[in-house]
Ligand binder design. Structure first.
Ligand SMILES: Nc1ncnc2c1ncn2[C@@H]1O[C@H](COP(=O)(O)OP(=O)(O)OP(=O)(O)O)[C@@H](O)[C@H]1O
Length: 306
């Protein structure tokens, strides 16, 4: 489990992370979303002991990274695609990491196979493609068979196969009980990967909700309804406060409503309904609404109200 307690970070006069508090539960993939400069990488770096908090605490299984007895056995992270020296062979790089973290060297072969790099084990890292380097970074993260995984933009620059592979890996790790915390700007990918979302903007928490709740809260959810008395129904729906627009083939699109509400109003009026169906907003739409106030990020200056 990951816990942030009033976590803050300032760089000079820039408040990058502003009193963030949330928990990331085990057994789920939790997506970490926010516009550029929102503070995602900085938060992850503090979790991994790479940046010191200006205030608050970042904990993994209840302790700070520095207090973990065997860090790689508890948490595996992918923060940058670069890993190891260009002239080093992939297996030597991982063997070095294993030895310095008291991890059996037999794990090297296992993780190279798990990430699909077994045949490239003896190749120099400098000859790897971006996708292979990303897989090697993930192999390093998996080396200690950790129960917590932290991935910052793991699908950046990957082709469709690589993206699908990382999605499958994260889903499988969460299904086997791991805590998986992943940032991404690719909303459609996140929608098919994450169970839960933490959304931040300008260093502050905007949402900490299940994927289902985030999607259900979108004002872009709508209902398509067909009725021989469409005009009458539209007037009643507008009176009830809904926006009604014309959809294809004489249907109505009722924005922000549920099928139950539209069906209920039609029933009360005694209006016949031939078709009634909900259209769920995409994560892209829900996310855009959530972060509308946080775009065009201008760092908060300490002492200013945001
Ligand atoms: N080492 C640093 N020195 C000064 N400012 C920094 C440093 N690291 C981050 N920042 C600033 O802190 C803010 C948050 O940056 P961060 O990289 O954490 O955001 P992010 O959400 O990961 O953004 P992106 O989606 O673009 O990767 C930005 O204003 C950034 O410029």
């Amino acid at each position: 489990m990951i816990t942030l307690e009033n976590l803050s970070k300032s760089f000079g006069s820039t408040l990058a992370v502003d009193s963030l508090s949330f928990e990331v539960a085990a057994g789920k993939v939790t997506g970490f979303l926010g516009p550029n400069g929102a503070g995602k990488t900085t938060s992850m770096r503090m979790l991994l002991g790479l940046d010191a908090p200006s205030g608050g605490r970042a904990l993994i299984n209840g302790v700070s990274y520095g207090q973990l007895a065997a860090p790689l056995r508890t948490v595996g992270a992918l923060l940058e695609p670069r890993t190891g020296h260009r002239g080093q062979r992939a297996d030597s790089h991982l063997c070095g990491l294993a030895r310095s973290n008291s991890i059996p060297v037999s794990r090297v072969r296992a993780v190279l196979e798990e990430v699909g790099l077994a045949e490239a084990a003896k190749r120099r890292i400098g000859t790897f493609s971006l996708g292979m380097r990303q897989r090697l970074g993930i192999a390093a993260a998996l080396l200690g068979d950790p129960e917590v995984l932290i991935f910052d933009e793991p699908v950046n620059g990957l082709d469709a196969d690589g993206v699908a592979w990382i999605r499958g890996l994260m889903r499988a790790k969460a299904a086997s009980g791991a805590t998986v915390f992943v940032s991404s700007h690719l909303m459609s990918e996140m929608q098919s990967t994450a169970d839960h979302l933490v959304v931040i903007g300008r260093g502050k928490l905007l949402a900490d909700e299940s994927m289902d709740n985030v999607l259900a809260a979108s004002a872009q959810n709508s209902v398509i309804v067909a009725s021989p008395q469409a005009g009458e129904l539209a007037t009643a729906l507008q009176r009830a406060g809904y926006t009604v627009v014309a959809a294809s083939e004489g249907r109505l699109k009722v924005i922000g409503a549920s099928p139950e509400v539209v069906g209920g109003i039609a029933h009360t009026m005694g209006v016949r309904v031939n078709e009634l169906g909900g259209r769920q907003a995409s994560l892209e739409q829900a996310y855009t609404e959530l972060t509308a106030q946080s775009l065009d990020y201008v760092p908060t200056r300490i002492g200013e109200s945001s």
